[in-house]
Structure formats: structure tokens, C-alpha cells
Design a protein around this ligand. Structure first.
Ligand SMILES: Cc1ncc(C[n+]2csc(CCOP(=O)(O)OP(=O)(O)O)c2C)c(N)n1
Ligand code: SF4
Ligand SMILES: [Mg+2]
Length: 314
């Protein structure tokens, strides 16, 4: 999807906007124009970094307020849309993806970003994650994975490692954690990448690549909860004595098995694009169905189509 001023497809016909390179062409937004309320996260929370890079992305790619939508579920990370001065939705816990799917299918001209946490994505929202991925609905989903439920003050999350002590596992977690990258690939996501809040350039790089992908793009972004899981990602942060290794240059991103193998590496593993596939989006498939139905009913008025539908129910 281009951010230049072109015809905007909306229901009932296109709106012709100011052409690119015209003297009337609008300038990109500045951070001041995009930033909303002061974020209420704890000082040092990794989520600040993800938000700052989202602002950078909007500035760099010259996205305008009315062309971006930020959706989230519930959690510390899911407060995200409050802090962005643009259309956004802070929706029900685990239900951000179905809401976003509706936006994506009805407004394909928007850049749609969904942000949320590991609990929101893989616990209560796990089912929706699978189906949004397999349907390949166009949007970018950034899961800010902190390996814990932050907002509700330290319960075990689906990504908490074995042995993690929390309010729900006082003796240490005993359940096998899920692997978000394997989960995304197996579910049918067509863009799967991994990054970490402690490497800003890399986060921006991954967000840009995800935004440019035509389909469901998923990013697992490690984002430290300094309050309830301090130091969780030190092993991936060179400033804390860890190592940040990117996906090897010879990795074939279209090779599903190779991507799966990469996902299985022990922490800190690799960072970058693991998997990328070209597959028809639900947006494209539905557009075809709608076009065919419109052609079939071109001679009918809206009320006549409605009448016919009611007649069929008799
Ligand atoms: C239906 C429902 N169940 C449970 C909750 C309580 N709840 C709010 S946020 C949350 C988990 C948040 O964890 P995560 O998604 O990892 O986000 P984080 O706060 O770590 O960023 C839970 C269980 C809720 N708000 N709604
Ligand atoms: S509790 Fe954790 S995730 Fe939530 S704002 Fe504080 S540091 Fe961030
Ligand atoms: Mg979490």
C-alpha cells in the first residue's frame, strides 16, 4: 500500500485526492503531531521503545492521521493506542484481531497496526491469532512479549519460561511455554519476524518490512517488563553482556522448515525475518466475491437486493 496521495477506495466509489508531487501535497507528520497522552508505563518499560519506533515509522513513511489505525486488546502493552494521536481502538482482552479484521476488510486503504502482549495474543486471544494468520488478513501485528502478565501484576503467561516464579506459579512455572515464532509459522502467517526493544534500528527495520508485506505480518518484539520480569532478555542485549545475532544472510525466508528450525534455537536465538510467503489475502479474495455479486446485481436497486434476500428466507 502506498502512502502517496492517490485514489482512496471507499464504499460507494473512490475519493480522488491530491496527486503526488502536487504543490498541495501534504508533509509527513512530526512526532509532536503523533504523540498523544504521556505514556503511563513504568519508567524503563520496554514498551516505550516500541512506541517511539512506531512514531519514527509514521514520520519516516509519511503516514497521516487518517491513514493509520492502531488497535490493541488489554494489557500494559495494549494501552498503546491511547498514546498515538490517530484513530485507534483499545478493545476487549484477546479480541483485538477480530476487531482489526473488520477494519482491514472494510478499509483496505488504511495502514493497520495491532499491538498487544503475550497474554493477549497467545492466551485469551490464541484462537483469534490462529485464524487471522491462516486467513492472511492484511495487517501488522506486533506482540510485545515480556514473558509475563504485566498489567495484572505478575502471573505466568504462555511465554513464561519453565521455572518462572509468579503469583500463579509460586513454586515456578511447570507448563511448557509456547514458541510464538513456531506458532505463527504453523498457523499460516505469511510474514514472521523477531526483534527486541533494545535494538531500535532493528525494530524499525522489522516494522517497515512488515508494513510493506501484503498479508498478515507478525512481529514478536521482546519488550522487557522491568517491574515483574527484570533482566528477562539480558542474554539478547550486548549492553547487558548478551548477544544480538541476526538471521544468517543465507537463510531462505521462503523455506518454511528452515524458518521453523530457526525458531527452535535456544534463547537468545536469532533476530530478523524468519519467514515470508506470497499467498492471496482474505482482502483480495473477498473483494473478488463482492465484485462478482455486484456484477450480478448491477441492475437492481439496494432495496430490491434486500427484498430478494428476504424472499429467499420465506
Ligand atoms: C476477559 C478478561 N480476562 C482477564 C482480564 C484480566 N487481564 C487484563 S490484562 C491481562 C494479561 C495481560 O498480559 P499481557 O497480554 O502479556 O500484557 P502485558 O500487560 O504483559 O503487556 C489479564 C489477564 C481481562 N481484562 N479481561
Ligand atoms: S508492569 Fe511491566 S509491562 Fe507494565 S508498564 Fe510496568 S514495566 Fe511495563
Ligand atoms: Mg505480557
Amino acid at each position: 500500500m502506498s502512502s502517496s496521495l492517490t485514489d482512496i477506495p471507499v464504499r460507494g466509489g473512490n475519493i480522488t485526492a491530491v496527486p503526488a508531487n502536487s504543490p498541495l501535497e501534504r508533509k509527513g507528520l512530526t512526532k509532536k503531531e503523533i504523540a498523544a497522552d504521556h505514556p503511563t508505563w513504568c519508567p524503563g518499560c520496554g514498551d516505550f521503545s516500541v512506541l517511539a519506533l512506531y512514531f519514527k515509522l509514521i514520520e519516516k513513511r509519511k503516514l497521516w492521521h487518517e491513514k493509520i489505525t492502531t488497535v490493541a486488546g488489554i494489557g500494559c502493552s495494549s494501552r498503546f493506542p491511547y498514546f498515538v494521536q490517530a484513530h485507534g481502538v483499545h478493545y476487549i482482552h484477546g479480541r483485538a484481531l477480530p476487531f482489526a479484521s473488520g477494519i482491514s476488510l472494510s478499509r483496505p486503504d488504511l495502514h493497520l497496526f495491532v499491538f498487544g502482549g503475550d497474554g493477549d495474543a497467545f492466551s485469551i486471544g490464541g484462537n483469534h491469532f490462529t485464524h487471522t494468520a491462516r486467513k492472511n488478513i492484511k495487517m501488522t501485528y506486533v506482540v510485545m512479549d515480556n514473558w509475563v502478565y504485566g498489567l495484572t501484576k505478575k502471573q505466568t503467561s504462555p511465554t513464561s519460561p519453565l521455572g518462572f516464579k509468579s503469583k500463579t506459579d509460586i513454586g515456578g512455572a511447570t507448563d511448557q511455554p509456547i514458541n510464538p515464532m513456531k506458532q505463527a509459522i504453523a498457523a499460516g502467517a505469511t510474514f514472521v519476524a523477531r526483534t527486541t526493544h533494545s535494538n531500535p534500528n532493528h525494530v524499525l527495520q522489522m516494522m517497515e518490512a512488515a508494513m510493506d508485506h501484503d498479508g498478515f505480518s507478525f512481529i514478536e518484539c521482546l519488550s522487557e517488563c522491568v517491574e515483574f520480569y527484570e533482566g528477562a532478555f539480558d542474554a539478547s542485549n550486548p549492553r547487558k553482556g548478551g548477544v544480538f545475532n541476526t538471521v544468517p544472510a543465507d537463510h531462505d525466508v521462503t523455506d518454511e522448515l528452515a524458518a521453523y528450525k530457526l525458531s527452535g534455537e535456544a534463547f537468545p536465538g536469532k533476530f530478523g525475518i524468519f519467514y515470508k510467503a506470497t499467498r492471496a489475502t482474505k482482502n483480495a479474495n473477498e473483494a473478488k466475491v463482492v465484485a462478482a455479486a455486484r456484477e450480478k446485481t448491477a441492475s437492481l436497486k439496494d432495496w430490491e437486493i434486500l427484498q430478494k434476500s428476504f424472499d429467499r428466507l420465506k
